[in-house]
Design a protein around this ligand. Sequence first.
Ligand code: FUB
Ligand code: ZN
Length: 646
Amino acid sequence: MKHLTFLAVAILCFPACKQTADTDARADYPIQQVNLTQVELTDSFWLPRIQTIQKKTIQYAFGKCDSEGRFENFQTAARVMKGEKGKVRGFMPFDDTDVYKTIEGAAYSLISAPDPALEQYVDSIIAIVALGQEADGYLTTWRTINPTNPPADWVKPGERWTGLEMSHELYNSGHLFEAATAHYRATGKRNFLHIAIRNADLLVKVFGDTAKHEVPGHEIVETGLVKLYHATKNEDYLKLSRKFLDLRGNSARRQIRGPYSQDHLPVTEQDEVVGHAVRAVYLYAGMTDIAAIYADSAYRKAVHTLWENMVEKKMYLTGGLGARHAGEAFGDNYELPNLTAYSETCAAIGGVYWDERLFRLTGESRYYDVLERTLYNALIAGISLQGTEFFYPNPLEADGRYAFNQGKKTRQPWFDCSCCPTNLIRFIPYIPNLIYATQADTVYANLFISGNANIPVGQNTVRIVQETNYPWDGKVLFRVSMEKPQDLALRIRIPGWAVNEVSPGSPYTYSNEPAAPYTLLLNGRKVEGERKNGYMEISGQWTGNDRVELTLPMKVRFVKAIEQISADKDLTALEYGPLVYCAEETDNSRFDQIRLNPQASYAVERTPGLLNGISVIRTDAATFIPYYAWSNRGEGKMKVWFETNK
Ligand code: FUB
Ligand code: ZN
């Protein structure tokens, strides 16, 4: 490498944030994802998980969609449209979305592992979905089959678009758009996209411009419409997304519904995350899209305020979101019970989608710090190591009595409301999108996941081969090469946990001494300069074949919660790198007597034969495993937070 200087990261300079008129040229996120088509994983932590989804969970979920009547509902709807009578199968007004979400996961999986048989099967399912679409584009099978007899008794029967709070008609559309655009992106085929476009055109007719002024109960159509706008360049979809957001909570223009669905105040005036947690984070992701695309300062300010409220006052140490089973909802500030935590798997997934957007809007790594915390803890806890058992809530404590998981005390193979399993299916194969990002000639390395990436930078391609054993080991090697010399700023995220910060805003802090500082070497020489916005930058002209070595300080850390979080008062949790640890009864015969002794030694031991290969932490008092791996050995007690010996 020639002419390479180590620069502190400059303050990012984004286009001035002002509200633009609707006719102005559209902005976009200043930072773009490096598409998973450019990233081939070789990682020993993530690749097996994605393969499990591809090889087992997708087939399993399609099997469930078949046996539980999800496919049949589309066929029944087709027969009803021809004048026959039919009965809805299933339990939820959004059962159609399990089909869409499984197609979405399958589509992403086809990019990393082409599978003609799966692709053909997906096409056959898309053909079944098409059968259930009405002539004008409407697509919600229970209503087409029998609008007077919804599958759940909390849904209002009646005409289309009545009872939008619970009918999930627009939620169904949102997942349709998300899945169809993923399928189009993955395969280039328009069969699913065509169904989505017909449905979106109907929504534009019914809800656009001066038409009906209503909003969905459960958000997601907002981000789905934006994806469809990106895929088709049809601005009507973008405008409708914005209209749904502008109308929410706006009592001057419609009858508002209240905080459960974030419909209590105009979205730009909301400053506390409230209500149903999945609805909320999907809304905030949609608002972030609008902040970016319209360069809208009011939206931008709101999403930052909301995120800070969430992360500082309403997020579990695991990154889990949602304190209450009642209403599947965020609680009050600092209300974070452990045994009765809701922390729905879908909320963790939605949180990650939102965090990643905020990073692309700002270039700040704090969003990735939270994303990583959620990803390695609350989110992957949602699926068993086998890939066919799931958590809906993800508590931080189990007492062996409370049946927290929809009536069960351990993972379940499926649920009548199967939102979480199919959300994991659509999310996990999407992970390769999250590793790198670019802005002009800056490349961000955000996640430590082994693989080979070909990153377009200008007319050049920068190849980064990443090798690591993260999260078990803090060493990460990046081999950087390119076709021809290239000016490039490589920004490597230095996680908050590696500089003694548990999470932004400090609701949690470390109480023992940090390990040695992180180090960063370029071709064996220390990279000087400060961590700025959470990144170390190496910039200059690169000519190829350089080695960048990052060493993050791995050590067992004790965590304390801020005193306002009364559920964790006087308690301590353990972390190692990005992982939160827990103790399970099965490893600890004296489970109820576990106390953490800060003076004891905490040994980290690789145990390749245990729980698909983990590192355990052992002390004289207990054995601890990564939180994500709990409840893979049957029912039993579990804890994340422990009393401490003085
Ligand atoms: O309402 C659709 C999904 O079902 C929600 O996101 C989940 O919380 C579950 O209620
Ligand atoms: Zn869910």
